[in-house]
Ligand binder design. Structure first.
Ligand SMILES: Nc1ncnc2c1ncn2[C@@H]1O[C@H](COP(=O)(O)OP(=O)(O)OP(=O)(O)O)[C@@H](O)[C@H]1O
Ligand SMILES: [Mg+2]
Length: 448
């Protein structure tokens, strides 16, 4: 990220000047000032180099063969009005200079000029660019945070942590491994990562590695040429190639056959693929997101998953917590899903009784958020009123104190389970003194 106070060292100057002597002179002056610089001889050569959020500024001569400086200016400003463009104007180009300033040029430098003057203008323009990019990056981060909060519901510390991690990696190119039980939101997080990345305009391609016979997964992933094997009548573009520029989501990655794992590792390392029946290498630039319910490390220790692929996928891991380990999120999620279902089915929002809420809080939710969503939908549709335990298990309405105690008990039990009964770690996670935790464990008859 660029810094507000100092000029970012990453920002560079692109010079468009057809006269090689002037171009070299400018390059040397700017280089001597310690600023990265690149020179090209025509507007046509410069244009493809300037995308959205170009990390630098542009200097262009007014008179150029082919597209002239003024046209180049108008072209880039259309895309990025905040890009500082400095015009180099020749003798007698006053009218053109005025026109350029009106069209949005940052400044103009009449020929001949001193290296010091050039560097001074360049520094000012870079400072402005740095600020613009900083503000843009903050704005995007804020928008991303809001988008993540709207999609990934929950206020528990565990979900907060997931959201922070998502925000940090969404707009990068790193590959991500998502872990979590069924229904914890792995697919949703993968989609979120794609939608918030700069590759969102390209394809998001999901492949369920567990849903395909061994002999098909190869051609699904890598594609094939016509005649590559019996039945391959036409050329087929594989999922990886289809995801070029975008995101490839490998769901249930633990089910990938060993032979395919080797090939996938090669793709991840070299970023090229070969269609079956072809030996032409095709470069692919896609981000790989893998998801699994299994413990891949265990599987690789047992030689059921390639260790090298595991380490390659495990660059950034997002661990999605089970719902029973963050019960405080249940009411919020339940309300969210009820609202959704009520709106979708045109039904009124049902009242949730205290007893129902207690059941929701006490249930273990093996199907996690998906199961909770179904329960909310059933309640809205009037198909079910009891959740988890049968209501006969607790025939009597609880007092507030009893309900609070039940809730406390379930939170402590969940934390102990997560920490494998370790008291020190549990007390730290729950932010209560160890002695207090000890007392409560005794009071509730829990096993440490
Ligand atoms: N934190 C959350 N906020 C809102 N909705 C969520 C959240 N987590 C999961 N969901 C919803 O729960 C449902 C299940 O999520 P998803 O399909 O992503 O789970 P999964 O981990 O891929 O499950 P499986 O392993 O069974 O494929 C989806 O409808 C998803 O939108
Ligand atoms: Mg899934």
């Amino acid at each position: 990220m660029t810094s507000l106070s100092s000029q970012s060292p990453d920002l560079k100057v692109l010079i468009v000047e057809d006269d090689p002597n002037v171009r070299l002179g400018c390059e040397q002056a700017i280089q001597l000032a310690g600023i990265p610089v690149e020179g090209v001889a025509s507007a046509e050569a410069a244009l493809p180099m300037i995308g959205q959020d170009f990390p630098g500024i542009l200097i262009t001569d007014m008179r150029l063969p082919g597209m002239n400086g003024l046209e180049l200016l108008k072209n880039v400003i259309l895309n990025d009005p905040a890009l500082p463009v400095i015009m180099i104007t020749g003798h007698g180009d006053v009218t053109l200079a005025v026109e350029a300033m009106r069209a949005g040029a940052y400044d103009f430098i009449p020929k001949p000029f001193s290296p010091e003057h050039l560097v001074e203008v360049v520094r000012r323009a870079l400072e402005k660019r740095s600020l613009t990019l900083e503000v843009e990056s903050l704005r995007r981060r804020l928008a991303h945070r809001e988008a993540i909060e709207a999609r990934l519901i929950g206020r528990s510390p565990q979900i907060e942590k997931v959201r922070r991690l998502l925000l940090d990696v969404a707009d990068t190119a790193v590959d991500v491994l998502i872990l979590g039980e069924t229904g914890t939101g792995k697919e949703m997080v993968a989609r979120c990562l794609h939608d918030l990345s700069s590759r969102h305009a390209a394809n998001y391609v999901a492949l369920n590695c567990g849903g395909l016979p061994d002999n098909l997964i190869d051609s699904e992933l890598f594609g094939h040429e016509a005649g590559a094997f019996t039945g391959a009548q036409k050329r087929r573009i594989g999922k990886i190639e289809h995801a070029n520029g975008g995101t490839l989501f490998l769901d249930e990655v633990e089910s990938m056959p060993m032979a395919v794992q080797i090939k996938l590792l090669r793709v991840l390392q070299e970023r090229v693929i070969e269609r079956l029946g072809s030996n032409q290498l095709i470069p692919v630039a896609c981000r790989v997101i893998a998801a699994t319910k299994e413990n891949l490390k265990d599987l690789s220790d047992k030689q059921r998953f390639r260790a090298d692929l595991y380490y390659r996928l495990n660059v950034v891991t997002i661990d999605l917590p089970a719902l029973r380990d963050r019960r405080e999120d249940i009411p919020l999620l339940f309300e969210h899903f009820m609202l959704h279902a009520a709106q979708q089915h045109g039904r009124p929002l049902p009242e949730v009784s205290r007893e129902q809420l207690q059941q929701l809080m006490a249930h273990d939710w093996p199907g996690n958020v998906r199961e909770l969503r179904n329960a909310a939908e059933c309640l809205v549709l009037g198909l079910r009123r009891d959740f988890g335990r049968a209501s006969t298990a607790e025939p009597r309405e609880q007092s507030l104190a009893e309900a609070v105690e039940n809730f406390e008990r379930s939170l402590i039990a969940a934390e102990l389970r997560r920490q494998n009964g370790n008291l020190a770690r549990s007390s730290e996670a729950l932010r209560i003194p160890k002695t207090t935790l000890h007392d409560k464990i005794r009071k509730y008859g829990l096993q440490a």
